[in-house]
Ligand binder design. Sequence first.
Ligand code: SAM
Length: 283
Amino acid sequence: MALDTSWYTEEWAGQGAAISLKIRDKVHDEQSTYQRIEIYETETFGTLMTLDGLVMVTDRDNFVYHEMMSHPALFTHPDPRRVLVIGGGDCGTLHEVLKHPTVELAEQVELDERVTRASEKFFPELCESNNDRRARLHFADGIQWVADAPPGTYDVIIVDSTDPVGPAAGLFSETFYQNCFRALRPRGIVVGQSESPLFHADLIRSMQRSLKAAGFGEAATLFFPQCTYPSGWWSATMGGKNITLANFRNSDTAAGMFATRYYNQPIHAAALASPEFLRHPEK
Ligand code: SAM
């Protein structure tokens, strides 16, 4: 497919800012039942996938996001065995989860099968654990999945979703967190991507409040860079069920149980430090 422009630009609504990536070619364009899936080859960021015109994944920087969505929560839990990933159709988070030797079952519930099929073709390295005997891929609504889950099914629930609009909006609601609380075993953890601290501080505050209102004793936000997402600065917010989120299996992370490119023990500790403007989310 030839392109009439050599730059992909995503304007960040209401922020007077944008990101542009120089592209070589558009290699995929499809309208699924849920969203428009476009894939480009860029000059310097490798393959890029957008959904409804918003950057989801690039080859070059996805490792930061996928590692921070998975390892802090899994190393905070003392013995994570059953993990649920909601969304995450590119399968990068699932791939990181399956690096943990304690994990016996990793279920992924993605609404849009077409995102996963396109990722298998264009991001094979993210999908290389899809055939792991512990992995189960389901294509369904994650909100309904958690509502239907028997109590105490999972140790960790990871919400690797699109922005809080359309079908993902309910993944940020108190009702959803109540269902997560019920679906988690004692000491369980839910973690969800919580957007940009600079652009969406209110969303982070409201997520922390909703998690606590839903029964989670603690809520904590992790901060990390993500250069192709709005503002270049991103976050993930955890809720803990009878577990202290500041403590994690330091010795395991320090020992380097498996290879990572961003996550390590000092990064984990540093990511839990809140900027001053977000230190009192209840206000
Ligand atoms: N890393 C990305 C980001 O933060 O921009 C998220 C990537 S992942 C591809 C997001 C996925 O969430 C999409 O494939 C979308 O189909 C899925 N999704 C949105 N709402 C969902 C829901 N209610 N249940 C399950 N999956 C959902």
